[in-house]
Design a protein around this ligand. Structure first.
Ligand code: ZN
Length: 504
């Protein structure tokens, strides 16, 4: 079921002034001044002058809303959605309960036993225009934990030392709770929307399996069809207590797994032969581990270095500025690759051997040995070409190569010229003291690639300033979210969503 948003112009502290109602500005402001309810998500209006274009409505103090969202986040962390098996349905039901309290009817989209996505909509008009709709998307599942490495219960929602601790506290339940806050702020405002806003919590993002976004798109596209999306994937980098820059993800690398199998005769280890599969797979892995693919700079990565250059030390900045030039480009690329594994991976296809399997006894030469490679392609590069290069390098007829069929998808970049990108740039610069906003090619995969393939301008954001150390704990031990950063992130997101959804 979907919710039709009312057209009330003043309610619960949120009001919108539309062009044809300009003459009522005075009345509205007067009425507003008499409205003294406790406002949880207050949207205020800058004084508007006649004849001057209206300033869009801006969200007021979000402190109380962020605290509510913090409680939702703690509750969500307590719901163990480790994937596999996921069990996202429990989180979906919780979210649907939070929305129901606000008078929003959410719908559970069943994907597999115990696994559901949840969707809800605030309507702008009776007839939906999907091309204008904004989708707020976050995933409910989390990766597993090694409990022995945690000092607190990873599913306890523990608050300690200014952090909310727990698996998923950053990835991605922080965005889930922030999206809920932004969505609920709009509902509480009962403000007339200029476009539909759709809330979506997905399942199975971490495994990208049968209960993932691809299934939601295949089975329920009409419920989420939209022109714009805000998802995870970006970051606000915090250093020495100060936000350095805001990265908005507009593109992502494509993940593909390749399985290598070496075969041989096998037999007694007292009489070794040259065809021992363990030796062949080890030699192949060693060559692959030392391989560096040629640089392939995309337009987004060029823009990224350009925008980042003024923030870096003199040497790094110098090389960032010439990364693309014919004479000094090569040296610059080498310098930047050596300086940061992230920059290295943003500039080229990469391959990482991640799993090895061989042998059953110490005194038996096995007849088979296997290695798994995780490959991350620059969008536009093809797996066949890359694997062919690796095959030439390994040059071993005893090894079979199998490319996994359920790899990621190469999607076009989201545009840097949309109103939403401009608005995100403007608001995040305001929120974080005028820091640069840079477009970002993420080396990790998100649900956004699927959306981009369906013509959605999807942007990766996580407007919660975090240090590299905070970010390193994502998928690692002791994942924890700084609470002050969360509040800041809620504020930023609520501003972006409110302005995009309401602004004419
Ligand atoms: Zn994630």
């Amino acid at each position: 079921m979907e919710f039709t948003c009312g057209k009330t112009h003043l309610h619960g502290g949120i009001f919108v002034l539309r062009a044809h109602l300009r003459f009522t500005i005075f009345v509205v402001i007067l009425a507003f001044s008499f409205t003294s309810r406790a406002l949880r998500a207050q949207v205020s209006q800058r004084p508007a002058a006649f004849g001057i274009p209206q300033t869009p409505p801006l969200v007021g103090d979000t402190t109380a809303l962020a605290l509510e969202a913090q409680n939702w986040l703690a509750d969500l962390v307590k719901i163990n959605t480790t994937n596999p098996p996921g069990n996202e349905q429990a989180a979906a039901k919780y979210i649907s309960g939070v929305l129901a309290k606000e008078g929003i009817q959410a719908e559970l989209l069943d994907l597999a036993p115990g696994r559901s996505a949840v969707v809800a909509r605030l309507r702008s008009s009776v007839i939906a225009d999907p091309s204008r709709a904004l989708l707020l998307v976050a995933h409910m599942d989390v990766v597993g934990v090694d409990r022995s490495k945690w000092s607190v219960d990873p599913f306890g929602g523990v608050i300690k030392e200014g952090y909310l601790w727990g698996r998923g506290s950053i990835d991605d339940k922080s965005m889930l709770a922030a999206n809920l806050a932004a969505f609920i702020a709009l509902k509480r405002g009962a403000v007339h929307l200029d476009r539909d806003v759709i809330f979506l919590a997905t399942a199975d993002e971490e495994q990208f399996g049968d209960a993932s976004m691809k299934m939601v798109i295949a089975k329920f596209w009409d419920k989420i069809a939209s022109g714009y999306a805000i998802n995870e994937g970006g970051q606000v980098v915090l250093k020495n207590g100060k936000a350095q820059y805001v990265a908005i993800q507009v593109s992502e690398k494509v993940s593909v797994n390749v399985e290598l199998t070496a075969t041989g005769k096998g037999g007694h280890s007292s009489t070794p032969t040259k065809d021992n599969p363990v030796v062949h797979i080890a030699a192949a892995v060693a060559k692959i581990g030392n391989y560096t693919a040629p640089v392939h700079l995309t337009s987004i990565v060029r823009r990224y270095f350009e925008a980042l250059a003024p923030l870096e030390d003199e040497e790094t900045s110098k090389w960032m500025r010439v990364v693309d030039t014919p004479d000094r480009g090569e040296h610059a690329q080498r310098y930047l690759s050596d300086a940061s594994p992230l920059w290295n991976s943003m500039m080229r296809d990469t391959v990482a051997p991640t799993m090895l399997q061989a042998g059953i006894r110490a005194n038996v030469i096995p007849s088979e040995a296997r290695a798994t490679l995780n490959i991350r392609l620059i969008p536009g590069d093809t797996i066949d070409v890359f694997v062919n290069d690796l095959k030439k390098l390994v040059n071993d007829p005893q090894i079979r190569w199998d490319i996994s069929l359920d790899g990621g998808f190469a999607a076009p970049n989201s545009s840097l010229d949309t109103d939403l990108y401009a608005l995100m740039t403007k608001v995040s610069a305001q929120e974080f003291g005028g820091v640069p906003v840079v477009p970002f090619l993420s080396t990790g995969a998100t649900d956004s690639a699927q959306l981009r393939l369906h013509n959605v301008q999807a942007y990766g954001l996580r407007p919660m300033p975090m240090t590299e150390e905070d970010l390193r704990r994502v998928h690692g031990d002791e994942e924890r979210l700084p609470l002050a950063s969360f509040a800041k992130g809620v504020d930023c997101l609520v501003h972006i969503v409110a302005e995009f959804a309401v602004n004419k």
